[in-house]
Design a binder for this molecule. Structure first.
Ligand code: 6R9
Length: 654
C-alpha cells in the first residue's frame, strides 16, 4: 500500500511543459545537469565565481573530516560586501534594494547606496560596543529594514547572528541566547500585528532576567508604546547607530567563518542551533536564487513572504537575493491586515514579478476565495514559488490558475534549515512541471530515495530521502553539540555516509521525487504506510474543504487510525457540512481518491489548525486531541489560543 498510495493522485496529475518564450530567456538551461554531473566540484567552483573573493580558494571541497565539510578552503570573502557594496561599486547604487511596506501602511524605499550607508553605520555601532569577529548577537525584530541591516552588519564584522522569530516566547528567546552565549541582543520596542502595536521589548526584558552573557540590548523604535528600560544596558538604535560614520572597511573572513546560527523550531526538547558558514552558504543561496527564480537583477521585483526568523528569510530575503542585486518587497504584517487582498494589492502596486510563499498561505487564500485576487492586476507576475511543506496538487493548481494566470511556472522548492538553500526543485523554463512534485535535485545536488537497508528504491516506490553527497550550503554542525549533529543526521545510514533528511519521499515512474512529509508523519494503518500528506491532499480536493490536517492516532486494532481535522471553505455552512451526511461524503471521497484503507476513522470540523510560525501544522498537538490526551507544549505555535478554540469547539460540537 505504501507504494500505491500516491499512485492515484500522481496518475491524475497533469504535466505542464515549459513555455517556449520563457525558456528562451531562462537563466537555467537543461545542460546544467550534465555539466554538474561531469564535474561537481568544478561546477560549484564556477558558481562560487558569482561572488567577490578577496583571496581565492586552493581546494573546492575538503570532506576528509566528514560529516564536517569545508568548502572553498583557504578562500576569503566578506558576505556583506558581496550583498551590498559591490553593487554600489558596479554603478547600481541608485537601484532600489528594498521596497519596504509597513503593516499600518507606512513605506520606505531603500536603494543599495542607502543600504550600504545603513549597514556601515550599524557595523560601526556594533564595533563600538566592543564586539569582535566570532561573537554572537541575538536578533529579535519584526519585519522592518533594521532586521536586514542588523544581519548584514553582523556579517560585515564576522559576528555570528542568531535571529529569533518575533513571535517567539521569552522562554524560547532565553534558551537561544544562553545556548549561543550572545553578548548583544537587538530588538524593537514593539511590533504591528493585525493592526495593533504589541510590545516586544517587554518580552525581551523578561527573557533576559539573569542572562549572564548579555551586555547590551539595542532597541529599534518601531511603535509608540511604553518601553521598560534598563539604564546602562539598553541603548536606542537611533542614538547608537544614526550618528555613526557611513564609512566602514569590510574585512575578508575565511570561507568557513561562521555566519549564523538558526534554531530549528517545532520539535520537542532543546532546540538545535543549526550552524552555517560563509563562502559555501553564499555560493549556493546566490546560485539557487538565480536559477530557481530566474531572477534578473535590475528588472525583476522579487517578493518572498517569509519572516527573517526562519531559514527562508535568511536565504531568500537576505543572502540570496541581495547577493544577486535583487529589488525586493519586504512586508511587515499579516496577509489579511487590513483586508484579505493585501498581498495582491502589494503585487499590483510594486509590479512584483516573482512571488515565493508557503502552501499553508496558498490554502488560506483558497479559503478566502478567488474573488479576492481577481480584484487586482497581477499581470506583472512571471514566476511563483512554494516552500515549507508538500504542496498538494489542488493548491498547486489553484495557485497557478488564480495567481499565475493559468500559465506561470511554479517552483516547489524542497530544502531545510539544515540544507541552507534549495536542494530539490523544478527549474523554470527547463522542467515540465508536475503539480505536487518537487521533481529533481538541482544541478550540483545529489539526493536519493532509499529503503531501510540503504538501497535506492525503484521508480514507483517510496522510502527515505537522503542526500548522498555534500553540498556547499550544508550545515556545519549543531552549535556546541558535535555528538548530536552526528546522531541526528548521519547515524541512520552511517555506513553509507548519507545525510538523512527526516523526510519520506517517493519516485514516480519517471523518477521524479514526491515529498511525503516528515517520516514521523507517516502513519501505519494495519501495516500499511500512508502519508498524512496524501490523505490531506485527498480531503482538500473535495469542494467543501479548505484545509485539512491528518494524524495517525493509536488504535488498538489497526496500530494507527487516521484522524482528520478539516476547515471548511467560506460559504459552506458549518452545521450543514459537519453533519453526519457530509462527513460520510468526505470519508467516501478519500476512499475514492486513495483507497478504502485511507478512509479516516474520524473527521472533525474545526475553525483553525495549530501551526508553527513557519506555517507547519503541529500534528503532535492534533494527535493529543485525537488520542484524548492533555495537550502538550504549545509555545512554538504562532497563535497559542488555537488549541483552546479547537478543544472547546469539539466539546461543544461533540
Ligand atoms: C525551508 C524550510 C524543513 C522541512 C523539510 C520538509 C518540509 C520544506 C518542502 C517541504 C515538501 C517542500 N519542506 N519544503 N516538504 N515540499 N517544497 O521549510 O525549512 O523550516 O527547516 O523545514 O519542511 O519536511 O524537512 P525548515
Amino acid at each position: 500500500m505504501g507504494d500505491e498510495v500516491l499512485a492515484n493522485l500522481m496518475q491524475q496529475s497533469q504535466v505542464f511543459p515549459p513555455d517556449a518564450q520563457f525558456a528562451a530567456q531562462a537563466n537555467a538551461t537543461a545542460d546544467l545537469y550534465a555539466e554538474a554531473e561531469a564535474d561537481r566540484e568544478g561546477f560549484w567552483a564556477k558558481q562560487a565565481g558569482r561572488l567577490h573573493w578577496e583571496t581565492g580558494w586552493n581546494q573546492v571541497l575538503d570532506w576528509s573530516d566528514a560529516p564536517f565539510a569545508k568548502w572553498f578552503v583557504g578562500g576569503r570573502l566578506n558576505v556583506a560586501y558581496n550583498c551590498v557594496d559591490r553593487h554600489v561599486e558596479s554603478g547600481h547604487g541608485d537601484q532600489v534594494a528594498i521596497h519596504w511596506v509597513g503593516e499600518p501602511g507606512d513605506t520606505r524605499d531603500i536603494t543599495y547606496a542607502e543600504l550600504k550607508d545603513e549597514v556601515c553605520r550599524a557595523a560601526n555601532a556594533l564595533a563600538s560596543l566592543g564586539l569582535r569577529a566570532g561573537d554572537r548577537v541575538a536578533i529579535q525584530l519584526p519585519m522592518i529594514p533594521e532586521a536586514i541591516v542588523s544581519m548584514l552588519a553582523c556579517a560585515r564584522l564576522g559576528l555570528v547572528h542568531s535571529v529569533v522569530f518575533g513571535g517567539f516566547s521569552p522562554a524560547a528567546l532565553r534558551s537561544r541566547v544562553d545556548d549561543a552565549a550572545a553578548r548583544v541582543v537587538i530588538t524593537a520596542d514593539g511590533q504591528y500585528r493585525r493592526g495593533k502595536a504589541v510590545p516586544m521589548k517587554a518580552g525581551v526584558d523578561e527573557a533576559l532576567q539573569g542572562a549572564e552573557t548579555v551586555e547590551r540590548v539595542v532597541v529599534v523604535k518601531r511603535t509608540d508604546i511604553d518601553t521598560p528600560w534598563t539604564e546602562g544596558r539598553d541603548l536606542w538604535w537611533h542614538d547608537l547607530v544614526d550618528s555613526q560614520s557611513t564609512e566602514h572597511t569590510p574585512e575578508a573572513f575565511d570561507s568557513e567563518h561562521p555566519l549564523f546560527i538558526l534554531y530549528t523550531s517545532g520539535t520537542t526538547g532543546k532546540p538545535k542551533g543549526i550552524l552555517h558558514t560563509s563562502g559555501g552558504y553564499l555560493t549556493q543561496t546566490s546560485y539557487t536564487h538565480h536559477v530557481v527564480f530566474d531572477h534578473k537583477p535590475g528588472e525583476d521585483v522579487y517578493w518572498c513572504t517569509a519572516d527573517i526568523g526562519w531559514v527562508t528569510g535568511h536565504s531568500y530575503i537576505v543572502y540570496g537575493p541581495l547577493s544577486n542585486r535583487a529589488t525586493q518587497v519586504v512586508y511587515e504584517g499579516t496577509p489579511n491586515t487590513p483586508h484579505e487582498g493585501r498581498h495582491w494589492e502589494i503585487v499590483q502596486n510594486y509590479k512584483v514579478t516573482i512571488y515565493y510563499t508557503a502552501p499553508t498561505l496558498i490554502r488560506t487564500f483558497m479559503k478566502w476565495g478567488e474573488q479576492i485576487p481577481e480584484g487586482y492586476d497581477l499581470s506583472s507576475l512571471r514566476v511563483l514559488g512554494s516552500v515549507g511543506e508538500p504542496i498538494n496538487p489542488e493548491a498547486w493548481l489553484w495557485y497557478r490558475r488564480h495567481i499565475g494566470d493559468g500559465s506561470l511556472p511554479i517552483v516547489d522548492t524542497w530544502w531545510q534549515t539544515e540544507t541552507g538553500a534549495v536542494m530539490i526543485s523544478p527549474l523554470p523554463g527547463v522542467t515540465a512541471l508536475k503539480p505536487g512534485s518537487a521533481q529533481r535535485p538541482l544541478p550540483g545536488i545529489s539526493a536519493r530515495v532509499i529503503n531501510e537497508k540503504g538501497e535506492e528504491v525503484p521508480h514507483g516506490s517510496g522510502g527515505y530521502l537522503v542526500l548522498d553527497k555534500p553540498w556547499p550550503s550544508m550545515l556545519r554542525g549543531i552549535w556546541g553539540d558535535e555528538e548530536r549533529y552526528r546522531d541526528t543526521y548521519w547515524s541512520r545510514f552511517a555506513d553509507l555516509g548519507f545525510y538523512f533528511a527526516g523526510d519520506g519521499a517517493k519516485y514516480d515512474d519517471d523518477g521524479d521525487i514526491w515529498l511525503l512529509g516528515r517520516v514521523d508523519d507517516v502513519m501505519n494503518v494495519s501495516g500499511h504506510r500512508i502519508s498524512t500528506t496524501e490523505v490531506e491532499s485527498a480531503l482538500v480536493s473535495h469542494p467543501t474543504v479548505a484545509e485539512a490536517a491528518v494524524v495517525g492516532a493509536s488504535d488498538p486494532t489497526t496500530g494507527q487510525g487516521i484522524v482528520a481535522f478539516v476547515i471548511l471553505r467560506g460559504g459552506v455552512a458549518q452545521d450543514e457540512a459537519s453533519g453526519e451526511e457530509a462527513i460520510r461524503a468526505l470519508r467516501d471521497h478519500v476512499a475514492k481518491e486513495i483507497g478504502p484503507i485511507a478512509k479516516p476513522r474520524q473527521i472533525m470540523v474545526v475553525p483553525e489548525l495549530p501551526k508553527t510560525r513557519s506555517g507547519k501544522i503541529m500534528r503532535r498537538l492534533l494527535r493529543d486531541v485525537a488520542e484524548n490526551r492533555e495537550i502538550g507544549d504549545v509555545t512554538t505555535l504562532a497563535d497559542s489560543s488555537v488549541m483552546d478554540l479547537i478543544s472547546s469547539g469539539l466539546r461543544g460540537g461533540g
